[in-house]
Design a protein around this ligand. Structure first.
Ligand code: URA
Length: 433
């Protein structure tokens, strides 16, 4: 079999066989296929797409490219949640402790931020001392003991996805439905959870720009998971605007902790309660509506916050930061972004806000870049709010003051102010069960 022929077949709109897909992924994993041929096939898939059978084969090949996790030593039902990636998306930090506070096991493997989107592992590492690498024994023992552990992915876990994702990121081939589905579900199937709730983001700050495309992606991933014996639900949620007010690692941890203290922003709280409701429901705790109510109660009575504190302590993190966010190290510099005119905020484009945060040092341009944990943006106003000329609409934070002009320019270019209050947008576009 020759990689040249596989690229040509897909370039011309052909359907790849299972053997061809397995040949491709095993060559990606063992390094025998050069990056230029991998990239060429990725671009051909981007343009020509893949049918359901090809996407399933690609998913299974990614799953089988490395070690599979065995969670059989974990007692009880294991539930996971995965977001397709967004701006200000700190939902995992809120929903995982809520769900674990009911005795449902959350053995979570999370990713790092890339491009304009953030990642849970970076956020957790903003907590001084927090260890995102645990041995398999430590991980399983912690989940059995307190119900929750969150770690990054090891090198041996779905290695083909690591290679493919790095190349997709630099060849403009991330936003392809079969490639996203195989990447996410390949990793989900290599882990050993019983139930998975997917948060499929839609809009400018996500990889799928329309609700229709996002629903299609959600359907595809739910079907792949169900075929593999998992209980699955996907929520389609709005990512045209940043979620909550905070963008950037420690800023988002603070907002997540505030949400667990019952003082979270309305949009973030609603998405988190809905996600937690579906996770609890899949785990057999009742209907999604009843479980959403349980989730609210776990916040109101402090048990979810207690679970987060327990988890932070168990993984070596400084829990005092969660109790008193004032103790988080602050960025050296802050700059207020002021409204250029009076009126209603009609546009606050999530992707551009994410890129502005990246410019401030909160994200990485390449997988090797380091992250400034205290950098980012705190919005003072959200879409639909009224602002007076000169009023602060956001505060930028960075340890590099020279980053402010470019970040401010980006943020202002992505913010529109009009005379009419814009209509509310849906927060949740649909559920795929
Ligand atoms: N998250 C992933 O893990 N993979 C993708 O392709 C997109 C988002």
């Amino acid at each position: 079999m020759r990689m040249y022929d596989i690229i040509k077949k897909k370039r011309d709109g052909g359907e790849l066989s299972t053997e061809e897909i397995n040949f491709f992924i095993s060559g990606v994993t063992d390094g025998s296929i050069p990056d230029y041929q991998i990239s060429a096939l990725l671009m051909a898939i981007y343009y020509r797409g893949m049918n359901v059978r090809e996407t399933c084969d690609l998913t299974y090949a990614v799953r089988d490219s490395g070690e599979k996790l065995d969670f059989s030593a974990i007692d009880g039902i294991r539930v996971d949640k995965h977001s397709t990636g967004g701006v200000g998306d700190k939902t995992s930090l809120v929903v995982a402790p809520i769900v674990a506070s009911f005795g449902v096991k959350v053995a979570k493997m999370s990713g790092r931020g890339l491009g304009h989107t953030g990642g849970t592992v970076d956020k957790l590492e903003a907590i001084e001392g927090f260890r995102t690498t645990l041995s398999e024994e430590e991980f399983i023992a912690q989940v059995n003991r307190i119900g929750l552990a969150i770690v990054g992915q090891s090198k041996q876990f779905a290695p083909a996805d690591k290679k493919l994702y790095a190349l997709r990121d630099v060849t403009a081939t991330v936003d392809s439905m079969p490639l996203i589905a195989a990447s996410i579900m390949g990793k989900k199937l290599a882990a050993d959870d019983d139930c998975i709730v997917l948060d499929v983001k839609t809009g400018s700050g996500s990889f799928m720009k329309t609700a229709k495309e996002s629903k299609e992606l959600a359907r595809l991933m739910v079907d792949i998971g169900k075929n593999a014996g998992k209980k699955m639900v996907a929520l389609i949620t709005n990512m045209d605007r940043p979620l909550g007010y905070a963008i950037g690692n420690s800023l988002e941890v603070i907002e997540a902790a505030e949400t667990l203290k019952g003082r979270g922003p309305a949009d973030l709280t609603e998405v988190c309660m809905t996600l937690a409701g579906y996770m609890l429901s899949l785990a057999g705790k009742g209907t999604p509506e009843a479980c959403k109510e349980l989730a609210r109660r776990a916040v109101a009575d402090g048990s979810a916050l207690k679970k987060l504190l327990e988890t932070v302590k168990a993984q070596g993190g400084n829990a005092a930061l969660i109790e008193d966010p004032e103790k988080f190290p602050k960025a050296k510099y802050a700059r207020a972004v002021k409204a250029p005119r009076s009126g209603y905020l009609t546009e606050t484009d999530a992707e551009a806000y994410g890129l502005a945060s990246l410019t401030l040092g909160a994200g990485r341009n390449t997988a090797e870049d380091s992250v400034d944990f205290s950098a980012g943006i705190v919005l003072k106003k959200k879409r639909g709010d009224y602002v007076s000329a000169g009023e602060e609409i956001a505060t930028l934070y960075s340890n590099d003051a020279s980053a402010f002009p470019a970040a401010e320019e980006r943020l202002l270019a992505a913010t529109q102010i009009g005379n009419e209050k814009p209509e509310d947008e849906p927060l949740i576009y649909g559920i795929v069960e």
